[in-house]
Design a protein around this ligand. Structure first.
Ligand SMILES: Nc1ncnc2c1ncn2[C@@H]1O[C@H](COP(=O)(O)OP(=O)(O)OP(=O)(O)O)[C@@H](O)[C@H]1O
Ligand SMILES: [Mg+2]
Length: 454
């Protein structure tokens, strides 16, 4: 039975949703404050969280963050007030699955709930597939082969490995590969997002706490490092660790023992630790945000995951991989890219790397009515300017060049040409240039082209 956590500071809404969701066969827990919600999340990870955006003085965004930072994160639906699109955007940015606007329609909400639960089901399925280590590491480029051979080399050891690379390059994929290629594969792999939790919460998450360590610590609780047993813990976004926690982590790494918050006793742990970062930690050290001693401890072995634009050879294979995956999910086995669309993808810079590629393919497949995905199925950003600028014809820059003069001349030529084609009809000419009539007239005047003479 799916487990849903409902968070709202309004008792009547809590009660209403509890009845509605139970009637649809879900197990429901409720929380009226951020604190109670975090407790409920800690007690057991639900399949879905439905939270109000505003919890009195507290924010539902913190519920989203806490939920999404969990090792097996639940989907989250955020309830926002009518006319506050910014809060919806913020919720999605923090990883919410979707949002509903108050006052919501029961059917609309239930539809969303079912879809979110379905997605969670798919995710769990993906996770099982991944756990079998089946073909998840796509990329035959020399750069990725090198990454792969490093993975093989470090996997059997207990060494701490720092995985560095831009956002979306596949750092977590590499971390999972290390885990699943290691003798620890049958043990848990637990990623922890170091940037998502407040210092105190993070420490009690990682190291555990004893009863009475702080308000709300009603029982002893094991931290992730101990709970992972002989598995692997990925400290994701390690560059975001608060300085205080960095000191503690350094000790933990050196002594391979943790001291739960509020305890004076150290407990040994067996888990292997990996770390990932999309920041240049050397820069962070220079600006005093990261401890040099911790960096030295972490960067004994570094795996650099190159950005996608440095391994364009992988683009076709990745595109194919993601497309096949959505095609399966959508039950549309015929989906394919036209050669033109593939060419555009290969020219694109992918600032968001593999994750962006994945999104582009999912979007194209979902929005397209036909099985052949052409250039028009790609987002404007991908097919547009970036490609043109980089791939377009080279421009000349002669001595004494003046951009302003050059653009002026161009503008004049276009104004002329448009008027000529429009047979002097100014409204038509403006339209040809994609200008408003006012702006067109202004430009004519600027160039001393008295409109009536033409
Ligand atoms: N080589 C790859 N083969 C298959 N899928 C990949 C590969 N690299 C990345 N992906 C997919 O791309 C997405 C982003 O990868 P991942 O989460 O590992 O990136 P990241 O470097 O950790 O990003 P961030 O810095 O934003 O956390 C994931 O969905 C992942 O499954
Ligand atoms: Mg990551």
């Amino acid at each position: 039975m799916p487990d849903i956590l409902v968070v709202d500071d309004e008792p009547s809404i809590l009660e209403f949703l509890e009845v509605l969701l139970s009637k649809h066969g879900h197990r429901v827990r409720t929380a009226a404050t951020l604190g109670l919600a975090t407790d409920a999340l800690a007690a057991a990870v639900p399949d879905l969280v439905i939270t109000d955006f505003r919890l009195g003085k507290q924010s539902g965004i913190d519920v989203v963050k806490a939920a999404r930072a969990l090792p097996m994160p639940p989907e989250v639906i955020v309830v926002t007030a009518y006319g506050t699109p910014a809060s919806a955007v913020e919720a999605m940015r923090q990883g919410a699955y979707d949002y509903v606007t108050k006052p919501f329609d029961n059917e609309e909400l239930m539809l969303l709930v079912e879809r979110a639960l379905e997605k969670r089901g798919l995710r769990a399925e993906n996770r099982r597939l991944r756990a079998r280590g089946s073909g998840v590491f796509v990329g035959q480029s020399p750069a990725m082969q090198q990454v792969w051979s490093l993975v093989q080399k470090v996997a059997p050891t207990r060494a701490t490995v720092l995985i560095a690379g831009e956002s979306g390059t596949g750092k977590e994929v590499v971390a999972r590969a290390i885990h699943f290629e290691s003798p620890r594969a049958s043990q848990p792999f637990v990623p922890v997002n170091c940037g998502a939790l407040a210092e105190g919460v993070l420490e009690s998450e990682l190291f555990g706490h004893v009863k009475g360590a702080f308000t709300g610590a009603t029982t002893d609780r094991q931290g992730i490092l101990a709970a992972a047993g002989e598995g692997t813990v990925l400290l994701d976004e390690v560059g975001e660790l608060p300085l205080g926690t960095q000191v503690k982590l350094l000790r933990v790494l050196q002594e391979r023992k943790v001291k739960p918050v509020g305890s004076s006793r150290e407990v040994p742990f067996e888990a292997r630790i990996l770390a990932a970062t999309n920041r240049k930690l050397e820069d962070e050290v220079r600006s005093g945000r990261f401890r040099e001693d911790l960096l030295f401890r972490l960067n004994v072995i570094v795996i650099d995951v190159p950005p996608l634009r440095r391994r364009r050879e992988d683009i076709p294979q990745l595109a194919q991989f993601f497309l096949e995956r959505v095609a399966n999910e959508l039950g549309r086995p015929g989906l394919h890219l036209t050669p033109e669309a593939m060419a555009v993808l290969q020219d694109y810079g992918f600032p968001g790397n593999v994750r962006q590629m994945q999104n582009v393919m999912e979007r194209a497949a979902t929005l397209s009515d036909t099985d052949a995905l052409g250039v028009e199925a790609l987002p404007p950003l991908v097919r547009g300017a970036a490609g043109d600028l980089e791939a377009g014809p080279e421009v000349a820059l002669p001595q004494g060049f003046s951009l302003e003069l050059h653009l002026d001349t161009l503008e004049r030529r276009y104004l002329h040409e448009a008027l000529r084609r429009a047979g002097g009809a100014k409204t038509k000419a403006a339209e040809l240039l994609g200008l408003s009539f006012r702006s067109f007239r202004y430009r004519l005047a600027k160039h001393g082209m008295p409109p009536d003479d033409l």
